[in-house]
Ligand binder design. Structure first.
Ligand code: SAH
Length: 241
């Protein structure tokens, strides 16, 4: 199950943090490290901070975009060092870990970490179904990146040891991250085509709609139905990917 959990580090500036993340992951039996546009990688500093977890570094996959790193994922959980103004559902580390482990039994899932200086951007958070925040001193809430991977990795490891107690929901064939992204692009285009969006409001409106669908966790058939409706609204113009 833990093999299906991707740890995604976005735009990391310090290679030492990549090494620290790899070490924390190996301690917690996590295997899949995905790096989106790391500033310095590969790097000796990363290898030395990984101290023995360099096998994990050697297998790390480097991507040119977050969308690429999330390909095929049915669940995406983003991390946030501070409360956000936009209304993404925020989970505790324990809740997030339980969800990741439960859904990893059915497919690929991702836990996404942001930049050392600025975290994840709003458009990166748009790709997430949920956010997770590690509770801290409110006046000093930002953990070192490697430490954040350690805390969440520990919760995921504990959740994986819980075994299968209560039966969860029946497995659903959820839409993947790229299907959701394709749908959101189609939705924006269709609303524009039918003259629904007011350019002054559209960014806010689209973000509200995005948050609605990310929360609803549509399955593949539902996304196909919604895209069929959008194409019909557009007068049969098809925008299938
Ligand atoms: N100044 C940035 C902090 C980035 S810390 C900001 O305000 O967003 C670097 C990364 O470590 C974050 O993007 C997140 O992935 C993780 N992180 C740090 N502290 C965290 C916390 N309290 N809860 C969850 N993730 C945290």
């Amino acid at each position: 199950m833990l093999n299906h959990i991707r740890i995604v580090l976005v735009d990391t500036s310090h290679p030492g943090n990549i090494g620290a993340a790899a070490r924390a992951m190996k301690n917690m039996c996590l295997q899949q490290l995905h790096l989106v546009t790391p500033h310095h990688y590969p790097s000796e500093e990363a290898t030395s901070r990984a101290s023995g977890a360099d096998d994990l570094l050697a297998r790390a996959v480097v991507h040119s975009s977050l969308d690429e790193a999330l390909e095929g994922c049915r669940l995406v959980v983003g991390t946030s060092a501070r409360p956000r103004t936009v209304s993404w559902p925020v989970l505790s580390p324990r809740e997030a870990a339980a969800k990741l482990v439960e859904e990893a039994a059915m497919g690929e899932v991702a836990l996404v970490f942001g930049r050392e200086k600025s975290g994840l951007s709003n458009s990166e958070l748009d790709r997430c179904n949920f956010l997770v925040h590690i509770p801290t001193n409110e006046a000093y809430s930002s953990l070192n990146l490697g430490a954040a991977v350690q805390v969440l990795g520990y919760e995921v490891y504990l959740a994986s040891k819980q075994g299968d107690k209560a039966p969860g929901e029946a497995p659903r064939n959820l839409a993947t991250a790229e299907m959701l992204q394709g749908f959101h692009e189609h939705l924006a285009q269709a609303l524009d085509d039918v003259g629904f969006t007011d350019p002054r409001q559209s960014e806010k409106l689209l973000r509200r709609l995005r948050s609605l669908f990310q929360r609803a966790r549509p399955d593949k058939d539902e996304i196909n139905i919604l895209r069929g409706i959008l194409s019909a609204m557009q007068g049969g113009k098809s925008m299938r990917r």
